[in-house]
Design a protein around this ligand. Structure first.
Ligand code: ATP
Length: 608
């Protein structure tokens, strides 16, 4: 366990995939590709088979052409039916070869799309399970980029690697074999020049790889900046920051352009011209060798076939090499997806020894929450909670107050298991937090966050949250949260759509829906995280009434800036720099002369 439960060494690997070396990236990308294409692997076998057939047909064309020249055209042996057959053969083999190849492209595209679909689902489900600590540092736009763009890059890997490279390799091998069969000496000359392609590719890779990696990183940054700006548009405009954000965006965009151009330049200045030169060199060599020979009529057909084959050797090589830039991008992107998938999910709390768990969790006599000697730090050496001990009896109402940064939300996060178990212990209903299985924990603990997150769905769906609750259960929760009446007053009652982020509702109404949502799960412990900080006094009173009505039935732990919300609590815990400074009912705390609570309370009274 890390010292004091610190998560200091933790950094989201999300930001680090470029630190992997190319070999590691390729290995991870291929592994992921294999996993994602699992159920479709048999298609690959068929694709290889059909591509081989297509390559065979393609190689056959020049052989038929050679026969036409050697046996009929040069000796002027004009046997029209046979000549028509040979000529037709040249055309038909070319046509069938293209058609078979196209069918394989469609087949592999299907495999690619299904793999992207599977992978995207997997990545999204994985992200949903990541621990809160991950989201402290993750950048939303980057994360969205992983789930959308980077998974899409897997498609590139299929189309580039499995189609173009596979297809081109098969054609290349078939062509070399056909050349060898026609004239093995000439074939050796051609093959001897081919390693130059590898040198050219190697040089190209060296030149373009940094630009490829950087361009992808920058594209992700562009997404992140856009997502951040849209998310924080009100703040951005209120602070007149449009110009600065615009400039920052323009700089990233320009950097992206520069990197992309560097990549394209390497392509334009090195790759393509060098390969074209090689093509010319090969043709010249073959023609030169023929020039040295005593050309018999039979040699003309071979020359025809060789000129045809050279194009077929060079073109697949060009194709293979031209795909490298896309391939590099796809490998980097897929490796980034793999890195995200490697990110450890939040600890699964399964019902190991379920009977024991349920027994203990039903221990009515145990405190609802029993916190002992709790220390916590997010960053090593910067302790946020110090030796905190607190017992919260079943059915009680506890308020937690303290100045900004005193550790209230941190305590709540630990009660919610957002961070790994720190030093000290937290028990809920008699069970150590880690020992409570997920289902039990979610059923036992309800949360009303400070900023209620509402779906762009109906009021009913927002309360239900996919739990499949009955209308009666939903209405009961809404009545307990005092939001039934205003929901019924809307045009479609519980079916009224709330708009994105609950845009149709006031802050107070959103908060009441959030309370109804938490209550609908019939929790034993209800956690409220500054649930009244953004609502008016009237709605606050409604919340107070709702909390009062829940007294005794549910244990309430409420963090509140507004002390009026928790004034009636059985006990108020006052935090100061991560330590419990005072605790007791409101009246007792008000008796402590110059006490922290008294000062906070009087200050608020004054402000009011
Ligand atoms: N995710 C985090 N990573 C690092 N430090 C954090 C993180 N969250 C909070 N802190 C630090 O922990 C301390 C306690 O923060 P916390 O949010 O618990 O305070 P709080 O009492 O809830 O404050 P507020 O009333 O403003 O919400 C602060 O110093 C804060 O800077």
């Amino acid at each position: 366990m890390p010292a004091s439960g610190a998560i200091n060494n933790w950094r989201p690997a999300l930001t680090q995939p470029e630190k992997q070396n190319a070999g590691e990236q390729t290995r991870r990308a291929i592994g992921l590709l294999r996993e994602a294409s699992g159920p479709d692997l048999h298609h690959l076998g068929w694709a290889v088979l059909f591509l081989t057939v297509a390559a065979g047909l393609e190689v056959l064309g020049p052989l038929l052409g050679k026969r036409l020249i050697d046996n009929h055209l040069l000796p002027k042996h004009l046997d029209w039916p046979v000549m028509a057959l040979l000529l037709g053969g040249v055309l038909v083999t070319g046509w069938i070869s293209t058609w078979v190849r196209y069918r394989q492209l469609v087949r592999l595209s299907g495999v690619a799309m299904r793999s992207v679909q599977r992978l995207r689902e997997r990545v999204y489900t994985h992200v949903l399970k990541l621990p809160m600590a991950f989201f402290d540092r993750a950048i939303t736009g980057q994360l969205v980029s992983r789930v959308t763009n980077d998974t899409e890059a897997v498609k590139g890997l299929y189309i580039q690697v499995l189609f173009v490279i596979l297809d081109s390799t098969i054609v290349l091998l078939g062509t070399v074999a056909a050349m060898g069969w026609l004239d093995w000496r000439l074939m050796l000359i051609v093959v001897a020049l081919l390693p130059f392609v590898l040198v050219i590719v190697w040089l190209y890779q060296r030149l373009s790889a940094p630009a490829v990696t950087r361009a992808r990183q920058l594209r992700s940054d562009i997404n992140a900046q856009i997502a951040e700006s849209i998310g924080g548009m009100t703040v951005l405009q209120a602070n007149n920051a449009e110009l600065r954000f615009g400039q920052r965006f323009a700089a990233t965009n320009a950097d992206h352009y520069t990197q992309r151009m560097a990549e394209i330049r390497a392509n334009a200045w090195l790759l393509r011209p060098a390969l074209d030169m090689l093509n010319i060199l090969l043709l010249a060599s073959v023609i030169f060798v023929f020039g040295q020979r005593d050309m018999s009529a039979a040699e003309v057909g071979v020359l025809y076939a060789f000129i045809n084959y050279i194009a077929r050797v060079i073109e697949p090589l060009i194709q293979i090499t031209m795909q490298f830039s896309q391939l590099q991008q796809s490998v980097v992107a897929t490796a980034r997806v793999a890195v995200l998938l490697d990110e450890a999910v939040a600890q699964e709390h399964n019902a190991a020894g379920a009977a024991h768990v349920r027994h203990a969790a039903n221990d009515e006599n145990a405190p609802a929450a029993d916190i002992r000697h709790l220390d916590f730090e997010y960053i090593a050496g910067q302790r946020v909670l110090h030796d905190l001990s607190l017992q919260i009896p079943q059915g009680s109402f506890f308020g937690i107050v303290g100045h900004t940064g005193s550790g209230k939300s941190t305590l709540l996060s630990l009660l919610l298991r957002y961070y790994p178990a720190p030093h000290g212990s937290i028990r809920m209903n008699g069970m150590l937090l880690d020992e409570i299985d997920n289902e039990q924990f979610r059923a036992d603990v309800g949360l009303v966050p400070q900023d209620p997150f509402l779906l762009a769905a109906s009021a009913r769906e927002n309360i239900d949250m996919g739990r499949g609750l009955s209308q009666q259960e939903i209405e009961a929760a809404a009545r307990a949260a005092h939001c039934h009446d205003f929901i019924m007053a809307m045009e479609d009652g519980y079916e009224t759509v709330m708009g994105e982020g609950g845009s149709r509702l006031s802050s107070g109404q959103k908060q009441l829906i959030a309370i109804a949502r938490a209550l609908a799960g019939k929790p034993r412990i209800l956690l409220l995280d500054e649930a009244t900080s953004r609502i008016d006094s009237h709605t606050e009173q409604i919340v107070q009434v709702a909390l009062n009505e829940l007294r005794g039935q549910v244990t309430i732990i409420a963090i509140a800036h507004r002390l009026s919300t928790i004034r009636a609590a059985d006990r108020i815990v006052v935090l100061n720099h991560g330590r419990i400074e005072e605790q007791g009912p409101h009246e007792d705390l008000m008796q402590i002369e110059n006490g922290l609570y008294q000062r906070l309370y009087l200050l608020q009274q004054l402000a009011a």
